[in-house]
Design a protein around this ligand. Structure first.
Ligand code: SAM
Ligand code: DTB
Ligand code: SF4
Length: 329
């Protein structure tokens, strides 16, 4: 009699590497497409059940008016966009939104603020949001700009599970996108987060006019961190009219899949999130991303300020692909 088919991951002998060179990563990008996707799918199966997808939901708890000049962002005060600025939400309203997200199937709730950095005066309210969301039985995530080590420890004490802080792009392209904070600033915040014992969520964006080498540079920066990101979001640029990148050419879908596949190979234990941009992707393209090793996505009809597929659309996608929510540890 045949043994039952099991999706349980087989822990491989080969451990994640932290010494990837740019040339090695570029060579992965240059593989024939089907070979690259096959290799990534093998790595995916080694560490995860490939039928499971982690589901996160975002809420912008403080929108717009940001002093930073990230060229992709609807919330920077440097650019004239249609985003309407608002003050920091009350903790109760955030917790109510998180309860709704949980009822809709979200497993992690991510609170985003359009800040350069967290101000200590806002810490008590942010801490109340985090502990309230955690008490609902959701994983908590926040993305609030730069943090000091003390602030990272305070957020951990409030119940923060993950902190999202992206490197955005490769180090050589970075200053074409943002000049008000440095790559090193971002690495420093990530170190503070790690040292506080908070899991890291760190990735970037494709479609900002960067080259394949810049994309490889981003993945090299992530894969050579002292610890690989626990969650690794790959965003496809949501072009925002009024921003310097609002007219960017869309990245070819197959190139986007390559980015997901290489991320899966170089950071094998990371939960790779197919992040912003699903709104303009076909179901088939998303399926290829899941085949190439993506195992997370944002759910709920809105990201921070832009659209995401709605609940019913994603429920149908998951059912048609035979995917289910990731089993929580
Ligand atoms: N203000 C905080 C910060 O940047 O540190 C947190 C929020 S910020 C919006 C989080 C991340 O979302 C950015 O680093 C960027 O990678 C991503 N993002 C922002 N706008 C985007 C867009 N239009 N398209 C794709 N990704 C975007
Ligand atoms: C991440 O990498 N993507 C999310 C989250 N981290 C905070 C944000 C996507 C934002 C897309 C544009 C918007 O909705 O404003
Ligand atoms: Fe501000 Fe974050 Fe937008 Fe940059 S990405 S402008 S830091 S909200």
């Amino acid at each position: 009699m045949n043994a039952p088919i099991s999706n349980a991951p087989i822990r491989p002998q080969v451990q994640p590497r932290h010494d990837w060179t740019l040339e090695e990563i570029e060579a992965l990008f240059d593989l024939p497409f089907t070979e690259l996707v096959f290799q990534a799918a093998e790595v995916h199966r080694a560490w995860f059940d490939p039928t499971e997808v982690q589901l996160s939901q975002l809420l912008s708890v403080k929108t717009g008016g940001c002093p930073e000049n990230c060229g992709y962002c609807s919330q920077s005060q440097h650019f004239k966009t249609s985003t309407v600025a608002s003050k920091l939400m009350e903790a109760e309203a955030v917790i109510a939104a998180a309860a709704e997200a949980k009822a809709g199937g979200a497993q992690r709730f991510c609170m985003g603020a359009a800040w350069r950095d967290l101000k200590d005066r806002d810490l008590p309210r942010v801490a109340a949001m985090i502990s309230g969301v955690k008490a609902l039985g959701l994983e908590t995530c926040a993305t609030l700009g730069m943090l000091t080590p003390d602030q990272a420890r305070a957020l951990k004490a409030a119940g923060l599970d993950y902190y999202n802080h992206n490197l955005d792009t490769g180090p050589d392209y970075y200053d074409k996108v943002v000049t008000t904070r440095t790559y090193q600033d971002r690495l420093d915040t990530l170190a503070a987060v790690r040292d506080a014992g908070v899991s890291t969520c760190c990735g970037g964006i494709v479609g900002m006019g960067e080259t394949r080498r810049d994309r490889a540079g981003l993945l090299q920066a992530l894969a050579t961190l002292p610890a690989h990101p626990d969650s690794l979001p790959i965003n496809d640029l949501m072009p925002i009219p009024g921003t310097p990148l609002g007219d960017s050419d869309a990245v070819d879908g197959l190139e986007f899949v390559r980015m997901i596949a290489v991320a899966r190979i170089v950071c094998p234990k990371a939960v790779v999130r197919l992040s912003a941009g699903r709104e303009h992707m076909s179901r088939e393209l998303q399926a290829l991303c899941f085949l190439a090793g993506a195992n997370s996505m944002f759910v709920g009809g809105k990201l921070l300020t832009t659209a995401n597929p709605d609940k019913d659309t994603d429920a149908a996608l998951m059912a048609d692909l035979g995917l289910r929510p990731m089993t929580m540890a």
